[in-house]
Design a protein around this ligand. Sequence first.
Ligand SMILES: Cc1cc2nc3c(=O)[nH]c(=O)nc-3n(C[C@H](O)[C@H](O)[C@H](O)COP(=O)(O)OP(=O)(O)OC[C@H]3O[C@@H](n4cnc5c(N)ncnc54)[C@H](O)[C@@H]3O)c2cc1C
Ligand SMILES: NC(=O)C1=CN([C@@H]2O[C@H](COP(=O)(O)OP(=O)(O)OC[C@H]3O[C@@H](n4cnc5c(N)ncnc54)[C@H](O)[C@@H]3O)[C@@H](O)[C@H]2O)C=CC1
Length: 484
Amino acid sequence: MIFLSIFHKFLLHFPHFFYIIKKITIENSYYYLYQIRKGVIQLKTVIIGTNHAGIAAANTLLDTYKDQEVVMIDRNTNLSYLGCGTALWVGRQIESYENLFYTNEKAFAEKGAKIHMETSVTEVDFQNKVVCCEKANGSKFQESYDKLILATGSLPISPKIDGHDLDGIHFLKLFQEGQAVDAELSKEEVQTVAVIGAGYIGVEIAEAAKRRGKNVLLFDVESTSLASYYDEWFSKDMDENLKKHEIDLHLGERATAYLGEERVQTLVTDKGSYAVDLVINAIGFLPNNALGKDHLKLFKNGAYLVDRHQQTSDPDVYAIGDCANVYSNALQQPAYIALATNAVRSGIVAAHNIGGTPLESIGVQGSNGISIFGYHMVSTGLSVKAAEKFGLSVKYTDFEDLQRPGFMTHNANVKIRIVYETSSRRVVGAQMASFEDISMGIHMFSLAIEEGVTIDKLKLLDIFFLPHFNQPYNYITMAALSAE
Ligand SMILES: Cc1cc2nc3c(=O)[nH]c(=O)nc-3n(C[C@H](O)[C@H](O)[C@H](O)COP(=O)(O)OP(=O)(O)OC[C@H]3O[C@@H](n4cnc5c(N)ncnc54)[C@H](O)[C@@H]3O)c2cc1C
Ligand SMILES: NC(=O)C1=CN([C@@H]2O[C@H](COP(=O)(O)OP(=O)(O)OC[C@H]3O[C@@H](n4cnc5c(N)ncnc54)[C@H](O)[C@@H]3O)[C@@H](O)[C@H]2O)C=CC1
């Protein structure tokens, strides 16, 4: 131990000369990790991007590995904004956006981090391990690093069609964009709103705009809303729900141009043209890989390719959150799923590995949920449609019933689909929907997918019964029992 310590201190004094030997022999050893964990070796970690992923990584490093130096950099004015709340306050289901931020710059400064907000990282010199930064006032500086965490998130996809830069066309990613849409909806002259993309953001903001009394037209190229998350048996219910609330659905219809002088006035699609006062684009996210795309290996959609430690192809660089791929347990291969939940978990994993505690991600299922005009839908893993797209042969079992026994006056329908792989019979997905809150049940399916549980194991699973919650023949049991 003493010899190793002296040897290591020697190496640290001659970092360039012995750089390669140190990399090969020392940095992979448990003793090296032990020294980091104990604070004998103090690393400087720079985190680019201080939203959900970056915050989780910073908190883990600062709370658990107190001797490590942490530098956080973000170009935005704010951090920790919960985008999930945008539709809620824009739709006036909550009073204000103020509680949608769960931490701030000061909290990290108090924990000992150096934090630079309103600062863009313009370039990373991966060879010399230096990050080049530019503040909003134009001043420039550099930060060196031992370990770098890329947490630069994602960017909304911009449809490259005529008129896309007209006024009155918005995205909905940042807090500031939420504010801009909110201000637009407050204008008397804005009466007709076109939402492009009936995915999660599109459906949620369509509800919000309707709640603000606007005429809402919702477009998607797919034949149902929420097509990436649910099979038609479920998404058709959401379509009905949207129609019932007078949202004008245009499915299987692609926007081809925006027309207007300065501000958008007409939306042209492959099926018609519509007078509109406001357009909100929500056709998905792409990973923001600008800083590392020429140096790091990439996943097929451009996300930084990471291993189960969140480590990229450069061992000193980790990538977390929406800018990195995840490992899908349903597909048993890397995938891309942009969710805040994944961002937080990946940040924790990266920070522990940097801090000296080896930790592998357990993979994800992409569990998600949505609640629109009181109709709740939750899903995890793969729908049948998604499995087919990825070439996975699956079967499914469906069940629909009242949630509680008929004698209960407070009751609602619940429907469930469990998707399982044909050959192995392992569960690879589940979808559930109801006007009742059935959301917690989906977590059990998430664990089942993670652990490779078969559909047959669920048939006689011990599920409690109480009339307040469910029927003696629980809908999960009934769906599993009727599986082929
Ligand atoms: C309206 C909306 C609703 C959502 N609802 C949900 C939900 O209900 N549940 C859920 O799980 N997920 C939801 N999401 C998705 C979730 O917000 C994202 O998955 C999450 O924000 C990803 O976090 P992140 O930290 O990886 O990236 P981001 O949130 O994209 O943050 C990246 C950060 O990096 C900074 N950055 C980028 N490049 C640079 C640079 N060069 N220099 C300095 N800083 C840089 C950016 O300023 C930003 O702060 C929603 C998203 C939106 C937009
Ligand atoms: N409740 C939740 O968990 C929420 C999660 N998010 C996440 O944020 C990310 C971004 O959300 P969204 O932008 O809604 O992406 P999304 O992937 O959920 O939906 C995009 C939709 O746009 C459609 N589309 C694609 N190109 C189109 C085109 N040219 N014209 C018309 N429609 C087109 C797709 O068919 C799809 O239905 C997703 O990863 C999503 O899961 C966002 C909001 C809420």
